[in-house]
Design a binder for this molecule. Structure first.
Ligand SMILES: Cc1cc2nc3c(=O)[nH]c(=O)nc-3n(C[C@H](O)[C@H](O)[C@H](O)COP(=O)(O)OP(=O)(O)OC[C@H]3O[C@@H](n4cnc5c(N)ncnc54)[C@H](O)[C@@H]3O)c2cc1C
Ligand SMILES: NC(=O)c1ccc[n+]([C@@H]2O[C@H](COP(=O)([O-])OP(=O)(O)OC[C@H]3O[C@@H](n4cnc5c(N)ncnc54)[C@H](O)[C@@H]3O)[C@@H](O)[C@H]2O)c1
Length: 468
């Protein structure tokens, strides 16, 4: 058994752990980065990147359905070779994984250790190869994994998750997606567009993480054009011959495969946090400060999906940087966290920026809305389904948040998040330029609708222009 002493030990070489490491090394501290499982990050291996590659293939293939109206002949004959499509997705994934590895752990030599770590005491980690690491400071960044109910694990590889999905060489003829949050909608819609017979189920009454009833209603109308969706009933799975029967209330389908997308759970197992001396919450996650990432007043910091706070990439990166910076410093510094931004890359995108509808005080909030149907550029693109809802404080006009399902929502949501971050009012925003004809004109219409409802009005004779 070897024992290594370092200033900082980072557990987990995902996005959070790598970002933590990027702050520890340059501070002149000795460190090790310890990773169990496949290196290369969840994002590049089984997450953001392969899922976006698949979405792109599906969107491009789906685009053929628009061609008839332009007089393009033969589009009905277009066929997709699914094994080739999956190979392309895997090639993209491999490129992204290689890029991560060659920019990070490949260059760390002995400071990168491939092993699972567990706490023996607050400063000592035992690795599954028997070695030990003793560290002054520790960053825990072990990420999360898909939830699969125990009863469903008995169905073997007929119930898959995103951990194995991108490894498939071909796609099944029929598939049920259970859970229509981000993963369920992004992949469910893509698979339906790739000619898989998809049926979607969710125990809740909403989809895609939206909370605004108008957005949920519109999202459901739009998504049901891609595949059948059943909401609001618990899902049961049983065997039927060599297939699976998936039922929820009166609705049932028999399918080749189930994609289980009912959320992810923190990788706490195996860390033996009971030996860390940290106070844990009811889920077993250490209590921590979201501005410093410090666990209590200890020498241990936590970052990324593991803490269950904001399980998305740029937040994992920020948390890693904060945790690494503080682990490498003599004193602990707090950092302001970014305003929420969530993008579901289904088509059209479902996006949330700033405050969600279910967080608003409706008595003091004004809500502006535009439907995409008459928006010129969206009509030209053949993508004029959707709704944008924008929220502001009724009295001051200060922007609070937005939920939407809209073409190019990924861009609009950034604009809104940045505007809210800057503390702008709806009056400020309607004075920004809106080129013609762009999708941002839809946002302009929603903002004008919102402006009409707030009390604070712009000074000057023309509301869209600053007086000299
Ligand atoms: C299908 C999918 C699509 C996604 N798409 C997006 C997207 O489009 N945009 C977005 O912002 N986010 C997206 N996400 C979320 C994003 O990928 C995660 O938020 C991010 O990757 C989390 O990074 P992390 O560092 O916390 O965890 P990870 O990258 O999972 O890293 C944790 C590492 O710790 C290792 N580990 C676990 N236990 C131990 C242990 N005991 N000892 C040592 N090592 C251990 C793990 O093996 C892993 O390598 C997606 C996720 C999925 C699953
Ligand atoms: N574009 C992105 O940013 C992106 C894309 C994919 C994944 N992710 C990340 O991955 C995480 C996990 O995604 P996800 O889609 O698995 O989780 P999610 O929390 O987004 O959605 C889970 C859905 O499953 C439903 N559900 C839960 N238990 C159920 C059950 N027993 N039966 C039926 N439905 C059930 C929930 O009502 C919910 O709608 C997300 O939190 C997100 O952080 C992000």
């Amino acid at each position: 058994m070897a024992e290594k002493r370092v200033d900082v030990a980072i557990i987990g070489s995902g996005t959070a752990g790598l970002n933590a490491t990027s702050k520890v090394g340059p501070a002149g501290k000795s460190f090790v980065l310890i990773n169990g499982g496949e290196p290369g990050t969840t994002c590049a291996r089984v997450g953001c990147m392969p899922s976006k590659a698949l979405i792109q293939v599906a969107e491009d293939y789906h685009r053929r359905t628009h061609l008839g109206r332009y007089g393009v002949d033969g589009h009905e004959e277009l066929k997709i070779d699914l094994p080739e499509a999956m190979e392309h997705v895997q090639d993209m994934r491999d490129t992204f994984v290689d890029r991560v590895l060659s920019n990070s752990t490949d260059n760390m030599g002995e400071r990168f250790i491939e092993a699972y770590a567990r706490f023996v005491d607050p400063h000592t980690l035992e690795l599954d190869n028997g070695d030990r690491v003793v560290a002054d400071k520790i960053v825990i960044a072990t990420g999360s994994r898909p939830v699969v109910p125990e009863a469903w694990q008995a169905f073997g590889d007929k119930v898959i998750t995103t951990d194995s999905f991108f490894e498939q060489e071909d796609l099944p003829e029929s598939l049920a997606v259970v859970g229509l949050g981000v993963i369920g909608l992004e992949l469910g819609q893509s698979l339906a567009r790739l000619d898989v017979k998809v049926t979607g189920f969710d125990a809740a009454e909403s989809i895609g993480g939206a909370t605004d009833p108008e957005v949920v209603k519109t999202a459901l109308e739009i998504m049901q054009r891609s595949f059948d969706i059943h909401l609001g009933q618990p899902v049961e799975i049983s065997e039927e011959g060599d297939k699976l029967r998936v039922s929820a209330g009166d609705n049932a389908v028999v399918v080749d495969t189930v994609l289980c997308a009912i959320g992810r759970t923190p990788n706490l197992q195996g860390l033996a946090l009971e030996n860390s001396g940290l106070e844990l919450d009811e889920r077993g996650i250490p209590l921590f400060n979201r501005n410093t990432m410090q666990c209590g007043d200890s020498h241990i910091f936590i970052a990324g999906d593991l803490n269950g706070e904001r399980p998305i990439l740029h937040e994992a990166g920020d948390e890693g940087k904060i945790a690494g910076f503080n682990a490498a410093s003599d004193s602990v510094q707090g950092f302001k966290r970014k305003l929420p931004l969530a993008i579901n890359f289904c088509d059209p995108n479902i996006c949330l920026a700033g405050a969600r509808y279910d967080e608003l005080d409706l008595a003091t909030t004004a809500i502006g809305e535009v439907k995409l149907a008459p928006v010129g550029r969206a009509m030209i693109m053949g993508q004029n389904r959707g709704v944008i809802r924008v929220y502001a404080d009724k009295a001051s006009g200060k922007m609070l948040g937005s939920e939407m399902i809209s073409v190019r929502g990924e861009n609009l949501a950034h604009l809104l998040n940045w505007a809210i971050t800057q503390g702008l009012t709806v009056g400020d925003l309607i004075r920004m330029p809106f080129y013609h004809p762009v999708i941002e004109e839809a946002l302009q219409a929603a903002l004008n609708n919102l402006y009409a409802q707030v009390e604070a009005k712009n000074e000057g004779a023309i509301k869209e222009l600053y007086p000299l």
